[in-house]
Write a protein that binds this ligand. Structure first.
Ligand code: X5A
Ligand code: ZN
Length: 678
């Protein structure tokens, strides 16, 4: 299996620059690229990546998407003087030509294709291309919005042609609508295009009707264009994550792409003068990590916008760090999407209901009279949002953001534990090697007694329990001391082990431990102080135990070969987990589990986005295939889920709805519609 992360950067792409005064275009500066690269150097990320050289895109490649007229105009600018360049630039909405623009745009195309080749040929698993000019506004026959050639669209056509791909997902997290990309793939069911964008009821550039949520694609492409318009500025981490949980990810898993391309604009990040949003750099680590669960990890990230140099470069670093599989910093801020975001999410879900099986039984309906619709004429640099308190409204505040980010990054970044996964001499260890694994010596019984006698006396009734505690505690101790990131232990008495693990972690000082039980478990830990949140996934309802804020019972039974658990992971477990913000996760897989291996692998893969990726897996199931898959997921390998997604039955959707209604006041990331419960 491929490993490694490609990084593509060519200094020559900094030569494209604005030669005259133009207040609209003057933010698209060469320093965007050099500052990003320098910050990657500062964090020592460059040397950890596989350096892949850029190349020029060929005319044939550019013509995969663009007209020959457009190509000829672009080529002709190479020999123009400033006056002529200015005149040609004036033919487009927000574009400038420089004599070296054609060369740079051609390198941007070629760099993107080099990245696609590296990933598709298995030289690396994923990667990022730092390119200028950007691409997603560019259309078949026109430059637009700082974009000359549509790098990502060309890459998608190229991948279809060269590698015979049938399903490609494009995720456009730039704050502007990539209308160029939408036009190119509108009728194409083989490319699923997702874009969120600042929209403000069509008042924000490019102010198009077709950027709204009801533009779902045309003809055979119906259902394969997803627009999530933001009608307010100030959207933040929880709004972006809610969009992924409740819109993009379920669609993406049902679509089951063979390759994921990201139109990666960071103007959706805090401090950006265009976006006026509030998302902090670590959210891009989470978005990246979530997308790494698709297409067997084949993820190509291509730079688009991003105009606040500090915000841009820190966000680029968070993205690359995540591609390299470093543990992920906790996302900061209150985990609750704002009302306006929920309204947008509700509307796009309603618009797509006819096209996606997972939405079939969801009771989605349009929200036409948007409560947040502004009737005021738009003024720039005002404060239109009432949902968000600390947004960036002027240059002075943009400088404040710079200082904020300096401090913020120091607070959230932490040293990566030297070893990723710990295990004891066990079934799991064989599968982990030669990954960076530490095989831990069991604690001896006296040590365990000294360490944990306060916690386990009532749980330990047999010698075999004590024995498995020795292994578990040795590993947990290394996780708590940050010597390793995660660990896996097989235990004949998983519930007792978990009971002790939870008490030990809380005793150690952890404030929020998320504990997921899969299968039959006997001992249900005490959750009363809120320091433990239990999600119990079992076949039958536990007698006398109904769900409450910190004990959630999800009755779920999969039919053979039907992984309908995916929708519960994406739409329920993940939102609850992100709302809780755990600092440690314990996952126990017991006997008689009602969930298949792909569901469990997905759970392990996704939950690594939380708790700085600190996970203890306690496995009682003796299925070697299961142990191997969990070990792989913990070691950071991308697990293939292809073809595994099956939408849940009506009965299960109904069951989940009842739980959601009951819990969405406590765990606000569950909210995805306005009429129930808000
Ligand atoms: C790539 C990108 C923005 C164009 C804004 C024009 N373009 N007002 O972010
Ligand atoms: Zn943009």
């Amino acid at each position: 299996m491929a490993s490694g992360t490609a990084l593509i950067y060519d200094e020559e792409m900094t030569s494209h620059k604005l030669l005259w005064d133009d207040p609209i275009c003057d933010i698209e500066v060469p320093e965007r690229l050099s500052a990003s690269y320098e910050q990657l150097q500062f964090y020592h990320l460059v040397e950890r990546c596989v350096h892949v050289p850029a190349r020029e895109g060929t005319e044939e490649e550019i013509l995969l998407v663009h007209s020959s007229e457009h190509l000829e105009v672009a080529k002709s600018t190479q020999t123009m003087d400033e006056e002529e360049l200015k005149r040609v630039s004036g033919n487009y909405d927000a574009f400038f030509f420089h004599p070296n623009t054609y060369r740079c745009a051609s390198l941007a195309v070629g760099a993107t294709l080099q990245l696609v080749d590296s990933v598709m040929l298995g030289k690396v698993c994923n990667g990022m291309a730092l390119v200028r000019p950007p691409g997603h506004h560019s259309q078949r026959n026109a430059a637009n919005g700082f974009c000359l050639f549509n790098n990502v669209a060309i890459a998608a056509e190229y991948a279809k042609l060269k590698y015979g791909l049938q399903r490609i997902l494009i995720v456009d997290w730039d704050v502007h609508h990539g209308q160029g990309t939408q036009y190119i793939f509108e009728e194409d069911p083989s490319v699923l295009y997702f874009s969120w964008h600042r929209y403000e009821h069509q008042e924000f550039w490019p102010s198009l009707k077709e950027s709204d949520y009801d533009a779902v694609g045309l003809g055979r492409g119906k259902g394969f264009n997803i627009n999530l318009p933001w009608n307010k500025v100030g959207m933040g981490n929880s709004d972006y994550l809610a969009a992924f949980f409740h819109v993009l990810l379920p669609m993406a898993f049902e679509f089951d792409p063979e390759l994921v391309l990201v139109s990666s604009g960071y103007d959706s990040g805090i401090g950006d003068p265009e976006g006026q949003m509030n998302a902090t750099p670590e959210v891009f680590a989470h978005l990246t990590h979530l997308l790494m669960q698709l297409a067997n990890g084949k993820l190509c990230v291509i730079l688009e916008g991003g105009y606040h140099l500090k915000s841009l470069s820190e966000s680029v670093c968070m993205t690359v760090k995540t591609l390299l599989r470093d543990p992920i910093p906790q996302v900061t801020g209150e985990m609750a999407p704002c009302l306006s975001a929920i309204e947008s999410i509700q509307n796009v879900r309603a618009a797509h209901k006819p096209y996606w099986k997972w939405l079939m039984y969801e009771d989605t309906s349009f929200l036409h009279n948007l409560s947040t619709k502004s009737h005021l004429p738009k003024k720039t640099n005002t404060n239109p949002s009432t949902d968000h308190e600390d947004k960036i409204t002027n240059d002075n505040e943009a400088a404040k953001v710079e200082r904020f980010l300096e401090l913020h990054m120091r607070n959230i970044l932490f040293p990566v534990p030297p070893i990723r996964t710990a295990t004891t001499q066990s079934k799991a260890s064989a599968y982990l090697l030669p990954a960076p694994v530490c095989v831990v010596k069991e604690m001896d019984k006296n040590e365990v007694e000294a360490l944990a006698s306060d916690f386990y006396a009532d749980l330990v009734k047999e010698d075999k329990t004590l024995h498995s505690l020795c292994s578990m505690l040795a590993i947990l101790d290394k996780i708590l001391k940050k010597e390793v990131c995660n660990g896996i232990v097989d235990s004949p008495t998983a519930s007792a082990s978990v009971g002790v693990a939870l008490r030990y972690s809380v005793h150690f000082g952890f404030q929020r431990v998320l504990c997921v039980f899969v299968g039959d478990m006997q001992i249900i830990p005490n959750t009363e102080d809120g320091k433990v949140l239990v999600i119990n996934i079992c076949e039958k309802e536990q007698s006398g135990k109904t769900s409450s804020k910190h004990f959630i019972s999800l009755n779920w039974k999969e039919d053979a070969d039907r992984s309908d658990f995916f929708s519960a992971v994406l739409g329920f477990i993940l939102p609850v987990a992100y709302s809780y913000q755990p600092d440690l996760i314990v996952i126990a897989v017991g006997p008689n589990r009602s969930i298949g291996i792909s569901g469990i692998s997905l759970l392990f893969g996704l939950l690594q986005g939380l708790a700085e990726s600190r996970i203890l897996a306690v496995i009682e199931d003796t299925d070697l295939n299961l142990i191997q898959n969990v070990a792989k997921a913990l070691a950071g390998a991308s697990v293939s889920h292809s073809g595994a997604y099956v939408p849940p039955t009506q009965e299960k959707v109904h069951k989940m709805k009842i739980l959601k209604d009951q819990l969405q006041q406590d765990w606000k990331m569950l909210q995805c519609s306005v009429k129930d419960g808000i």
